[in-house]
Design a protein around this ligand. Sequence first.
Ligand code: GLY
Length: 355
Amino acid sequence: MTTPATTTTPPTVAPRRIDVSLPGRGYPVHIGPGVRHSLPEVVAAIGARRVAVVSARPPEWTPDPGVPSLVVPARDGERNKTLAWVGELCSRFAEFGLGRSDAVVSCGGGTTTDAVGLAAALYHRGVPVIHLPTSLLAQVDASVGGKTAVNLPQGKNLVGAYWQPSAVLCDTDYLQTLPPREHVNGLGEIARCHFIGAGDLRGLPLHEQIAASVALKASVVAADERDAGPRHLLNYGHTLGHALERATDFALRHGEAVAVGTVFAGRLAGALGRIGPARVTEHTAVVEGYGLPARLPADADVAALIALMRLDKKATDGLTFVLDGPRGAELVQDVPEQVVADALDAMPREPVARA
Ligand code: GLY
């Protein structure tokens, strides 16, 4: 963790605001350097008298909410996304006397916003939550759209709820604290936006890429809050991505796995005749342009990956992918197993970085 040298540095770029429009429950996402310091205004706007701040960052990175607060230290990581942790958080809120008209604040990566969001959804049958995502992955995806979840021994994100935040503060100063691999990991979710309607974001300043990714997500969530249709688009590259995460025991990180899954989605769409060779190649170029992995892990077992992909939450039957095509990206059900196996067999391979 680096020193928060930017805490007192005036922002050099104007913050951006994207609104997630939902009937009666819309909320702003603020993006830019220093936006975490607007937390007191956000807390005041929702009328909270007290807040519980659950933070996976050191105290100097956790902004003052401007009202009496309880600070609960947290840890990022899939291992900490448990029902036991949600229960512990709710007990801490109760001991503090947090009421329905108060609020919860999360400060951390996507695993923290997921678990704290679920605790907020359950405590008193729902209290307002404000997210301060600190990783690139959480800023461009996890903190926006109201999906909350914890893991079970049987699988990832198996218990959760839709609970929209009251506001999201994507402070780009937090990104300076990320290790290089974690930064690249977040780019995986940005890269897949290229193929689901955001257009070519390469070359834009990072905060503009974040804003464009959030704007795309906001429009998709506004159209389909509960994943009944269009929201599946956000899972571009995720069918193979999720399988790769599990097959590598999470040695391949989420954004990295989605990047490989995005390249594969392009190849599969090509094999099915949905897109031409230039668009297939564009998938690899975009992913590699972000410095992301584009190849299958050297030891990946095709049959095991196919078995894992059959468990995908989008699948009603057979193998299901979000694939590019003449009408843009869409959900494609029942892709023949042999086509999938051949496309996987044809993927180049490389060892997984384990740093
Ligand atoms: N991360 C995909 C979604 O929020 O729907």
